[in-house]
Write a protein that binds this ligand. Structure first.
Ligand code: OGA
Ligand code: MN
Length: 308
């Protein structure tokens, strides 16, 4: 019997980044040919949107593992010992109190609200993330969109002189730094000690096609070898350039969307919603990157600037 399959189609969604992929069922392993086409679209468009993918946790993990081993997720405050360490559970439903909704004043939600700062996943780790796949399990009727911006497109907007200025620089990234922008006491001192700062190249190239991007985001703390204030200014300028409104692709979620993005060259942020009123339940799988993006080792931690 002939098996009829819908053709795979890839439709760009924004001039800078993002494409919709149709005609593929992510609950089953992709054929080598389909994987190649999806992977090429991913390297080209940086964010892929797949609608109507009713995935179980196991299927979502299997989908992401086609790109490489999954990261083990940081245990966030209030989430100790929950769910699978290979899945990030983003939810405002309080697991300790039936189906009660947590609002933004809850410490666990304050931690999650870090996702509303422009960032790239796991940039604070020694091996940062290659990609993330986020599955929309329950979507609020208003708000809760996710926005994306391309650090590769922004890099190409720099003049040659500006490109030369960022080349070869190393940025120190820290989640203690980024979360300190939200509240001072989100990590207890023991958790904080287990999370040393990571160092990453400010300019990275995608090995598949060699196109360069800079690599910043909320965890990017300072640039080594530059006065702190000057490095903050440069990081803030690059962030503003990347996330200028006309360069932002906004994804409005439907239930069972699966959105995959390239953490090597994309910044993203979640948008707020009325968390005391509407549940929002998302699951994330995160593919680990190939390894550290900058050598040599971190300078003496005593030389890190103070957090104020
Ligand atoms: C993430 C993230 C934003 C959102 O899952 O890594 O930043 O909109 N999510 O939930
Ligand atoms: Mn994220």
């Amino acid at each position: 019997m002939a098996i009829s399959t819908a053709p795979l189609t890839i439709t760009p969604l924004h001039p800078c980044l993002g494409a919709r992929v149709e005609g593929v069922d992510l609950s089953r392993p992709l054929t080598a040919e389909t994987f190649r086409r999806v992977a090429d679209a991913f390297d080209e468009h940086s964010v892929l949107v797949f609608h109507d993918q009713r995935l179980t946790d196991a299927q979502q993990k299997a989908f992401s593992e086609q790109w490489g081993p999954l990261e083990t997720t940081l245990v966030s405050p209030g989430k100790e010992g929950r769910l699978d360490p290979k899945l990030v559970d983003l939810s405002n439903v309080d697991p300790d109190h039936g189906s009660a909704l947590m609002d933004w004043s809850d410490r666990r939600m304050m931690y999650q609200s870090g996702n509303q700062l422009w960032h790239t996943d796991s940039s604070f780790k020694p091996t940062p993330a290659h990609s993330s796949a986020l599955s929309g399990r329950e979507i609020p009727p208003v708000g809760g969109e996710t926005e994306f911006a391309s650090m590769r497109v922004a890099y190409t907007a720099l003049s040659p002189v500006e490109q030369a200025r960022v080349e070869g620089k190393v940025v120190v990234h820290s989640i203690i730094y980024s979360r300190s922008l939200i509240a001072k006491d989100l990590f207890d001192p023991e958790q904080a000690r287990a999370l040393p700062a990571g160092r990453h190249a400010l300019v990275r190239a995608n090995p598949a096609h060699g196109r360069k991007a800079f690599y910043i985001g909320s965890h990017a703390w300072f640039i080594e070898g530059m006065p702190y204030a000057e490095s903050r200014r440069l990081l803030d300028e690059l962030l503003a350039l990347t996330t200028a409104p006309e360069r932002v692709f906004r994804h409005v979620w439907r239930q069972w969307d699966l959105v995959m993005w390239d953490n090597r060259c994309v910044l993203h942020r979640g948008r707020p919603w009325d968390s005391s009123r509407y549940p929002r339940i998302m699951r994330r799988t995160t593919v680990a990157g190939d390894g550290p993006t900058a050598d040599p080792p971190l300078a003496d931690p005593a030389s890190l600037p103070p957090l104020d």
